[in-house]
Write a protein of this length. Sequence first.
Length: 271
Amino acid sequence: MEKLPKIGLPILIIVVLTIVFISKSTETIGSGEAGVLYKTFGGGVVTDQPPLGEGFHLVAPWNKVIVYEVRQQEVFEKMQVLSSNGLEIKLDASAWFQPDYAKLGLLHQQKGEQYVQRVLLPTIRSAARSVVGRYTPEQLYSSKRDAIQKEIFEETKKIVGNQFIQLNEVLVRDVTLPPTIKEAIERKLKQEQEALEYEFRLEKAKKEAERQKIDAEGKAIANQILSASLTDKILKEKGIEATLELAKSSNSKVVIVGSGKDGMPLILGNQ
């Protein structure tokens, strides 16, 4: 019985050390994350193997795991850039991105955990300045926003694609011009719209006049053809046919045959 405490204490120490060792030797990677393994005595960051995926992992306690989010993320950036004529433009943009999963070790080794601030944002700013500098404020305000967005995306992607970052989209959310420039552009656009509307009304009136002219000419030709085809005999025959039809009607009337002009029947109303 006296030996039991002496034996139990070392066992207790071994159990505690085992628990600590196991706790220091495990790593759980969450959903949408991946881990970069750093081997303290094995050459540092592991770049020749895939990163640690989601789930439970056993890792030597002297090694370290750096966890990265590998899902699509969004970063916002407000910039002041110059247009082609030197006016200051405020640009509000955002980017959808995620780290290159297969090269996560290289990203950590060469760019570090602050890769968004060190690489992505400076590249977006540079691309935005380059692209916006090709356009006038009027183009930025109206028709060229989609083109600007596409060009910023392509220029940024070309650079960060070699920096172990996957760029999915760049969105230009707002373009703010100096108030005086914005008002001048809006006045100009309004005047252009009014001019287009006036031209449309003139064109519509012109087409209506042409339609009426063609319609009148058609009626005139039809009347000429009709007049040429109507002889006295045909008119008398039509008059007689109409008289016979009216005579069949139940309404009381007086028909005087041959008393009208040119010998046509006269039809008197109800008696």
